[in-house]
Design a protein around this ligand. Sequence first.
Ligand code: FAD
Length: 376
Amino acid sequence: MNYDVVVIGAGAAGLMAAATAGKRGKKVLLLEHNKTAGKKILISGGGRANFTNLKVTPNDYICSQRNFHKFALKEYREEDFINLVRSYKINFFEKKLGQLFCEVSAKELLSMLLKECEKAGVEIHYGARGIQITDQYKISWKDHSVNSEKLIIATGGLSVPTIGATDFGQTLAKEYGHKIIPMRPALVGLKVNGTSELSGLSQVAEVKVGKFKVKEDVLLTHKGLSGPAILKTSLYWEKGQAIRINWLPEENLDELLVQSKKTITQILNSKLPNRLLDFLVPQNKMPLNEIPKKEINKIKENIRNFEVLPSGTEGYRKAEVTAGGVDTRDIDQKTMESKLSPGLFFIGEVLDVTGQLGGYNFQWAWSSGVIAGRSV
Ligand SMILES: Cc1cc2nc3c(=O)[nH]c(=O)nc-3n(C[C@H](O)[C@H](O)[C@H](O)COP(=O)(O)OP(=O)(O)OC[C@H]3O[C@@H](n4cnc5c(N)ncnc54)[C@H](O)[C@@H]3O)c2cc1C
């Protein structure tokens, strides 16, 4: 069998690329090793998929080649995807910070993408296990073998292996001479010893690592730290690096903690959960005027510049994304085609482009998928 285009991976990027190429009259085959498409879409955003953000900028992404992702994000914008969602009458809402979620379920989004593929005449083959690529391009699996002029790799990152994540794309890229930027779990909780007693607490705090700074919820878990502020921080965190937390970013502690008969608990109990206060300030039940000034300064420092040295992340099992991947320096940013192997394309998370928490990773999947679908 001969096809114009074979796409491997029926996730966010692969479905989008297949539908776009099919609409242009290309004969497209989409191969997926799972029995169904878009498993990650279904579990995303707590089952309601944060499918894009109202304000997407290149700065919301990290990539070793600065601005590689700019062209695709400009060519197929957040408004374009929002218009597609609207055309299917899928209701959505802004949760916070521009993050758009399906009102009912991510299932609606997946149905929309499958419908787009159907309308475009895309053939989908599920259960395609053990795919092998030879020449340019013979694609074989089980007892099937097809030829295609163009091959799009959309097999994603390594996170959540239980729903079928593999390193197929990155391994294939290496075979075709591509470099791989070292991969690591990102948008993930950080492991910290000694937090189990604080498990369940949540506090809006300012978290800093290197030059990155974010003010959002920090969640304490029995394994360490999580919540949006920590997931965002994990994108920039490197092993061995300390992170700093200001537990009361809105308060002026120099004005609040002045010599008086009041205890720190009396002053701060409406601002910090008691268990966290006990942990940060063991002397919190003593009147302030009985605590030496030097000690008070240390207490203030502990609240506004608390240092944490995570031992690691919660790993790919829990990570929303994989940072790193196929080095974009050998990919044409206007087409997503390999500069080393004509006719071979890489899109979505398999590439070294990682978005922040908030709908940015799906937007990258849509944008890069459309660019490749238009180029093949
Ligand atoms: C729990 C969770 C929640 C998330 N929530 C959000 C969110 O709300 N908003 C957001 O923007 N991002 C979110 N993400 C990230 C987002 O899901 C991914 O960035 C996005 O799905 C990447 O799209 P992709 O098409 O590149 O890869 P994927 O969607 O992972 O698709 C890859 C496809 O390739 C298939 N595949 C893999 N290996 C092979 C192989 N060897 N042979 C054949 N097929 C193969 C997979 O089964 C899969 O169907 C979340 C991720 C997780 C894990």
